[in-house]
Design a binder for this molecule. Structure first.
Ligand SMILES: [Zn+2]
Length: 327
């Protein structure tokens, strides 16, 4: 099976936290594991952050430091063969900085809140800022907060800016909060397909490829354990990130505590415990692609240990790790 190790490289959007703790340090820990087993990762960079850092860096020396730190890590990752791809959180458009930190306004969290012209401009800006740093072309997209629908409004930008692959959808994924709405219930249980107007609907003549994030069924009891572990706050379960998620994500957690749901297969925190069973199921189903998602800010000592063992074991067998620029 092809395993894709994909990371959403970003701050928190409630209380942002610092780039050192949310991005730089946990990414470096992951790279140690990647070097040990000799594989490359895919980083979906939230480049709206870079645009804002550039905008404010002349006014605030701290932000100039932050910009250099993040920019240099992205450049180094790319130079070392890791994949840098596009992740858009358009609420950066409405974000301001003050002495107390980033002030997020999540009213326009989804791209759907913008006009088609504005969307095209956002894709142009967010993709250019990254391509300037890495001096390579980007070909893959992952929507911020999984909010890729309705795709019709993004299609022109995809065509215009050479985006060929999307990796946002996950089987039976759903979130119905007002800010962060998505619904992948029409997507089939496949490991990739072509699409044209809707990433959930296969179209053999489509110009784009969907390589969905791996998905796994999770019971409410799993999320209760998750909450319990958070409450106890032991060292090995303490996240690297020093910020806090937005209330949107907390609303979603409440839903997960009451009904069975489908989750992305993730290397974040306690969720890393599901890697093995999900992989086993994908192998049984003869799938060719297994896309794991992670967020450096949500890594813990526990999750990195679990992931290290998991990937070491799979690479000893017949799996290989792939990146999207080589698809
Ligand atoms: Zn994100």
């Amino acid at each position: 099976m092809n395993i894709f190790i994909t990371l959403d490289y970003e701050l928190f959007f409630g209380d942002s936290g610092t780039p050192e703790k949310c991005i730089i340090e946990p990414t470096n820990e992951l790279i140690k594991i990647a070097n040990k087993h000799n594989f490359k990762c895919v980083f979906f960079v939230d480049s709206g952050y870079l645009i804002k850092l550039k905008e404010y860096k002349h006014q605030y020396p701290q932000l100039e430091q932050d910009y250099n730190l993040v920019r240099n890590q992205i450049k180094e990752l790319s130079d070392n063969g890791h994949d840098i791809q596009l992740h858009i959180h358009p609420h950066w458009e409405d974000t301001e900085y003050s002495e107390n930190g980033w002030v997020f306004d999540l009213k326009r969290y989804r791209l759907d809140a913008f006009s088609e012209d504005e969307i095209e401009n956002i894709f142009y800006k967010y993709k250019s800022v990254l391509e300037e740093i890495i001096d390579k072309k980007i070909n893959t997209y992952r929507a911020g907060g999984w909010c890729i629908q309705p795709f019709e409004k993004l299609k022109t930008a995809f065509l215009k800016y050479g985006l060929k692959i999307d990796s946002t959808v996950f089987y039976k994924g759903k979130n119905s909060t007002k800010t962060q709405w998505f619904n992948f219930s029409t997507a089939k249980n496949l490991d990739h397909w072509k699409f044209s107007n809707d990433p959930c609907i296969e179209d053999e003549d489509g110009s784009f490829i969907e390589i969905p994030i791996a998905s796994t069924k999770v019971s409410p009891s799993f999320f209760w354990k998750f909450v319990f572990i958070k409450k106890i706050g032991s060292k090995k379960h303490k996240p690297y990130g020093d910020g806090n998620a937005s209330p949107t994500s907390n609303q979603q957690i409440k839903r997960l505590l009451t009904k069975p749901s489908y989750s992305v297969v993730s290397m974040d925190g306690y969720k890393a415990i599901l890697l093995n069973s999900a992989h086993k199921k994908y192998t049984k189903e003869n799938k060719k692609n297994f896309v794991i998602i992670g967020h450096p800010k949500a890594f813990t000592e526990f999750s990195l240990n679990k992931f290290d063992k998991f990937i070491g074991d799979k690479l000893m067998k017949c799996d290989s790790v792939k990146i999207f620029s080589e698809v």
